[in-house]
Write a new protein. Sequence first.
Length: 227
Amino acid sequence: MQKITTTILVGFIFLMGCSTPLSTTNKAERKPKYRMQLGVNKGGIVENTDLSVIPNAHVDAYSGATSKGVNASAKMLVPLRRNAVETGIELMHNGQTFFYNDDVNGFYGERELGVTQLMVPVTYSLGVFKKNNAEGLFQVKVGYMLQLNILSVSNENGTIPRYSTNAFSNGVTFGASITPFRLNNGAKIGFYIDGYRGTQVYQDFYNRPEFDMPGTAFVKYGIIYQF
C-alpha cells in the first residue's frame, strides 16, 4: 500500500511540473463543472492469495473470482488556483464468488456475494496542457475515498467458514479523464478511468485482519457527460 501511494505521489509531482499556467482570460472563465459518469468496473473485495499463512492449507484450498460490474456517479469539479478539487457520489456493484476446497481445515463449497459500494471521493484534479483549454487537454487526479460497503449472499453451499464485513473502508484513489467532444448545447462528452486500493471489507478464516493482502480495490472506466 505504501509503495503504491509513493508511486502515485511521485507521478503527480512530475505532472505538476509539466502543467502550463492559465492565461488571465482562462482564469476568468473558470467556474465549477458538473459531471455524470456511467461505466463498468473490475474488482471489489481483494482476497488473500498467500495460503502459506494458513496452517496446512494446500495451494488450491481457497480462491476467489470477481465478475465485471457497473458504476455510476455524479461529480463536481471546483476550481482551486490553476486546477480543481473533485468530489461527488459514486455507486458501484459487482458479483464475487469464493471457493473452498480445504479438506485439512474442513471447509469445502462456495459463497456468492453481491458487493455494492457507495463511495465519496475527494481528489485534487490537475489539468494538463492548458494553453488553449482552461481545464486542460486532459485531467489526472489523486486523493482519498471513503466507502460504505453493502454485501449480500446470493448463494452458498457446502461447509464453509463464517464471515464478517466492515461497513466502512477507505484508501487512495487516482485516475484520469478527458472530455474532447463538445455538443451544440455546450455540454461535453468524454471518458474516464479510475483506480483504488483500500482497507479490508471481508473477513473469514482465510482473510484475517493480520494478513497484509486482504482489502478492496478496483479499476473502473466509462463515459462522461459534463454539463
